[in-house]
Design a protein. Structure first.
Length: 267
């Protein structure tokens, strides 16, 4: 793939996406976009993509994403730059015309950038597009938070019966403190977010296992101390239960798929 290839010249010489966005398409960084996305733009350079960008709002959103992509691939050596596979490029470009949230758009942009280099193309997989499709903004923030982590510790609060120790009441489950530590839009949805990340196979519960680092769980108990006290007050009123709550220690582990996804969409 060269700048003087017929496809590149066709794109360069005809009304196209880049000329709709940038006045000076001869800038080196913009030419890099044209090279990496030449096949994508060649296929999309019909009425469809320009028609979508005829909306001013869509054009503004797309321009922000293209600028972010431009910044990332500008760091890629020209010799490493490759033609993005259409199976990745076309659906990502399409999504960047209508995704308005920057945190979600950035995940697509990072994946597109990984698919633009011979050194990182192996990290990009079409499945990751559909994972992003099924994520909320808050879940994207959780992904960014666990970027350098292999696990998420959590605790369960349980009330045990005095007469039959095997009988218990689940008081609170899967307390990770993520809703306390992160700036989430809907922190009350944390259980839903965790369940969704499990369904996407990004994380998985490790049965009854727990991390050996006791401090992880001590910190969690401190963050939920008021909640623990409230349930122990409930135990006291319900005399058939032990006054003290049982704190179960557990953790979510980031799966191999999750690690690959996080690596592909890393900042």
């Amino acid at each position: 793939m060269e700048e003087n290839s017929p496809t590149y010249q066709l794109i360069k010489g005809s009304p196209n996406v880049l000329s709709m966005i940038y006045q000076d398409c001869a800038q080196p960084s913009i030419k890099k976009i044209g090279i990496a996305l030449e096949t994508i733009f060649e296929i999309s350079n019909t009425i469809l993509l320009p028609l979508k960008l005829s909306s001013e709002k869509a054009k503004i959103n797309f321009t922000k994403s293209l600028d972010a992509y431009r910044e990332k691939i500008d760091k890629i050596d020209n010799s490493k730059l490759i033609d993005v596979p259409t199976i990745l490029g076309i659906p990502i470009i399409d999504r960047l015309t209508y995704v308005t949230n920057r945190e979600i758009a950035d995940l697509y942009v990072r994946l597109l950038a990984k698919a633009s280099s011979i050194d990182t193309i192996n990290e990009a997989h079409p499945t990751f597009i559909h994972i992003i499709d099924r994520m909320t903004v808050d879940e994207a923030r959780i992904i960014n938070h666990i970027e350098n982590l292999n696990s998420i510790p959590f605790i369960n609060i349980v009330s045990r019966s005095k007469d039959n120790h095997a009988e218990y009441v689940k008081q609170a489950w899967n307390l990770t403190a993520l809703e306390k530590d992160l700036d989430l839009i809907c922190p009350n949805n944390i259980d839903l977010y965790l369940d969704n990340l499990v369904s996407l196979q990004i994380i998985e519960v490790q049965g009854n296992s727990f991390k050996v680092d006791e401090d992880l769980y001590i910190n969690l108990e401190k963050k939920y101390s008021e909640l623990i006290v409230s349930y122990e007050e409930w135990n006291t009123k319900n005399v058939e239960y032990n006054p003290k709550c049982e704190i179960q220690k557990r953790f979510y582990e980031v799966t191999e798929l999750g690690k690959l996804f996080i690596k592909a969409c890393r900042k």
